[in-house]
Design a binder for this molecule. Structure first.
Ligand SMILES: NC(=O)c1ccc[n+]([C@@H]2O[C@H](COP(=O)([O-])OP(=O)(O)OC[C@H]3O[C@@H](n4cnc5c(N)ncnc54)[C@H](OP(=O)(O)O)[C@@H]3O)[C@@H](O)[C@H]2O)c1
Length: 194
């Protein structure tokens, strides 16, 4: 069955962005970049990847899930209304519809859990949960794997990896850890078998 992987950059204190949504303290250069891209090829916006000569082909995912706030980060500042054109894109929102230039991006107010369970029944590659913390909290019980780019920064406040108070404590199994000279630790976990 297809798996749902929450692949995300996070601070040492568990935030995926600062209080204003800023993530410029997360390292976009360094020796971690190449190996993590090789493992999770295709997890950059299509236009940005192509602009720096990275191929988005042959990655582990064919579908990406975003909460509205995560999707909205791409616009208007970055003009990315159709960010991951090489993937099937699903944006969860109860208040927004198609946006100018959003192409085949699917906007839905269907329960994310029901959506993910239906996706898992389909044939295909992995499903990438891009974020953010609110959507991740709604989908906690459906996440099969965590892939965390742990950045060597403390933000003090911001958007948590999972919105607080929406799930029960649980232990996860570590499947791999890589530490880089840049200070980034890439840690992967899977949900323990029931
Ligand atoms: N570090 C990283 O790698 C990374 C990755 C992704 C995102 N981020 C950051 O995360 C932040 C956004 O995270 P966030 O937690 O604020 O928001 P989010 O999860 O991206 O989006 C929340 C919105 O999604 C919709 N939504 C959430 N749950 C829903 C449900 N059950 N049913 C239908 N719609 C639902 C709602 O939109 P409506 O209000 O429109 O209904 C809700 O307001 C941004 O600052 C972004 O930069 C960081």
């Amino acid at each position: 069955m297809r798996e749902l992987t929450y692949y995300v950059a996070v601070s040492l204190d568990g935030y995926i962005a600062g209080p204003g949504g800023e993530f410029d303290t997360f390292l976009a250069e360094g020796d971690h970049m190449g190996p993590i891209w090789e493992r999770y090829r295709g997890t950059a916006p299509t236009q940005l990847a192509e602009a720096v000569g990275l191929s988005v082909a042959d990655g582990p995912f064919d579908t990406v899930l975003m909460g509205w706030n995560t999707y909205a980060v791409g616009m208007p500042d970055h003009h990315l209304a159709d960010p991951y054109q090489h993937l099937r894109q699903i944006v969860f929102t109860r208040t927004h519809g198609a946006q100018p230039g959003s192409g085949e991006v699917q906007f839905t107010d269907v329960d994310p859990v029901d959506t993910v369970r239906a996706l898992k029944q389909e044939e295909g590659k992995g499903i990438w949960l891009c974020g953010g913390g609110a959507l991740a909290a709604a989908l906690t019980d459906e996440i099969d794997r965590l892939a965390l780019k742990i950045n060597p920064v403390i933000l003090g406040d911001g958007i948590p990896l999972f919105e607080a108070g929406k799930y029960d404590p649980a232990a996860w199994e570590r499947t791999s850890t890589q530490a880089f000279e840049s200070g980034v630790v890439f840690a992967e976990y899977r949900r323990p078998a029931a």
